[in-house]
Design a protein around this ligand. Structure first.
Ligand SMILES: NC(=O)c1ccc[n+]([C@@H]2O[C@H](COP(=O)([O-])OP(=O)(O)OC[C@H]3O[C@@H](n4cnc5c(N)ncnc54)[C@H](OP(=O)(O)O)[C@@H]3O)[C@@H](O)[C@H]2O)c1
Length: 297
């Protein structure tokens, strides 16, 4: 009989890619969503939808009943450890066998950013949950660049406070394929493992601009800006202050070289190299306002 996988964060970037990666696999997909009006796309994906909120433990038991595998993604929020705790408790009570948790690169109690420290709390709890567990710690998502798409399409430039930091950035599609690999393998195979997932090389933002320019067929310029300038822009777009602070902490760590690392873990799990920034740029050229999108390979 197929195993049932409960997907949390089901309307978000990583979990959507995970459901794509699991398409056609011999598993029953179930999604936890907070807002029923966002469930239409999930139903079209042949996914059973349960309404529940990781802030509210009382809302969770129906979604967890009969589940073997939990994909646990917590939002970027100071309440993330509480959300993780609520999900793990519901999983334990329902007899879920395995949890595969999305953490973050460098998660540690002494990480230089609050997101890394919050994830460390949830990682520690997951390791002691009594369930079989695997933790994925992905690096900076290439898909974060989609936040710059409107500026880039309009002006041919994009601005960040990452200076000349080198970052082992990863395409979310590769994170999703690694998560799918773990979920489809025997529950014992990856139990107790923490995988740091990166792209194939550390890339600076001016190299990202070069890759974008090549994919778009026109020049793209990267504009380094100060923390204060980036902060003002993000707050102006209505990004919550907590997120702005967290992003600034990451940027400050990255400019010291904290993110200049790669691993061969994706290749080990998938049997192929991870996608390069050039692949990401080419595959997303339309989103960045390409006049002549190049074909994907
Ligand atoms: N961005 C990066 O570079 C990076 C790198 C490594 C790790 N990460 C980690 O990746 C995670 C974010 O993943 P993502 O970008 O895929 O997320 P996302 O696109 O921001 O989506 C967040 C998801 O969580 C759901 N959610 C929020 N609050 C919830 C609650 N109280 N109960 C149930 N569901 C809730 C949202 O549902 P609604 O549709 O209802 O809002 C949405 O489906 C974070 O843990 C972050 O630390 C990010």
């Amino acid at each position: 009989m197929s195993r049932t996988v409960l997907i949390t964060g089901a309307t978000g970037t990583v979990s959507t890619a995970l459901m794509d990666a699991l398409r056609g696999a011999d598993v029953a997909l179930r999604a936890l969503v907070r807002d029923e009006s966002k469930a239409d796309g999930l139903l079209e994906r042949n996914t059973e939808v349960f309404i529940g909120d990781l802030d509210d433990p009382r809302s969770l038991p129906p979604a967890f009943a009969g589940v073997q595998d939990l994909w646990l993604l917590t939002p970027n929020s100071p309440r993330a450890p509480e959300n993780n705790m609520n999900a793990l408790w519901a999983a334990r009570r329902a007899g879920v066998e395995r949890v595969v948790r999305l953490s973050v690169v460098g998660a540690a109690h002494d990480a230089p950013n609050r997101s890394g420290r919050l994830h460390a709390l949830s990682d520690a709890e997951t390791e002691r949950s009594g369930l079989r567990w695997t933790i994925l710690r992905p690096h900076w998502f290439m898909q974060n660049l989609l936040n710059e798409a409107a500026d880039l399409a309009a002006t041919g430039t994009f601005a960040t406070n990452l200076a000349s930091a080198r970052i082992g950035m990863i395409d979310v599609r590769d994170i999703a394929e690694c998560a799918a690999r773990v979920l489809l393998d025997d529950p014992d195979r990856h139990h107790g493992q923490t995988y740091t997932l990166t792209g194939p090389r550390s890339v600076a933002l001016h190299e990202v601009a070069d890759a974008m320019g090549l994919a778009l067929g026109r020049p793209v310029t990267y504009l380094p800006v100060s923390d204060d300038a980036k902060r003002a822009t993000l707050l102006g777009y209505g990004v919550p202050a907590w997120i702005v602070d967290m992003l600034e902490e990451y940027a400050q760590a990255y400019v010291t070289g904290w993110g200049d690392l790669t691993t061969d873990t994706v290749a080990g799990l998938l049997g192929r190299a991870p996608r390069d920034i050039a692949d990401f740029a080419r595959d997303h050229a339309a989103a960045f306002g390409s006049r002549t999108p190049l074909p994907s390979v």
